[in-house]
Design a protein around this ligand. Structure first.
Ligand code: SF4
Ligand code: SF4
Length: 94
């Protein structure tokens, strides 16, 4: 069972919890998501969760906790819905 949204709200910070900058950014289209939870289960650092809110299809869409994405792209490859997930790899700071 995929994790549901934590009440704390992880915040929209720029730095990962270990103090290092995030290496990736994941952008989710909540209206394209069917709430299957595959991305939530597959994400190695566990930075995706299912929202408490419903989208217009009546699913709990996946969302990014806001910090900790490594840019690995696994969520993109496991998602069955075209257009639900986009992963951007961030350039390392100079
Ligand atoms: S790109 Fe990797 S680390 Fe980032 S949200 Fe997707 S599975 Fe998780
Ligand atoms: S983003 Fe894709 S893999 Fe993740 S819950 Fe939604 S439909 Fe499933």
């Amino acid at each position: 069972m995929a994790a549901r949204e934590a009440p704390t709200g992880a915040g929209e910070r720029d730095m990962a919890m270990d103090g290092k900058p995030d290496r990736g950014r994941v952008e989710m289209d909540s209206e394209e998501c069917k709430g299957c939870g595959l991305c939530v289960e597959a994400c190695p650092p566990k930075v995706l969760l299912l929202s408490d809110a419903l989208n217009h299809y009546g699913y709990h869409p996946a969302r990014y906790a806001g910090v900790g994405c490594t840019g690995c792209g696994i969520c993109f490859f496991v998602c069955p819905e075209p257009g639900a997930i986009m992963v951007l790899r961030l350039a390392a700071a100079a």
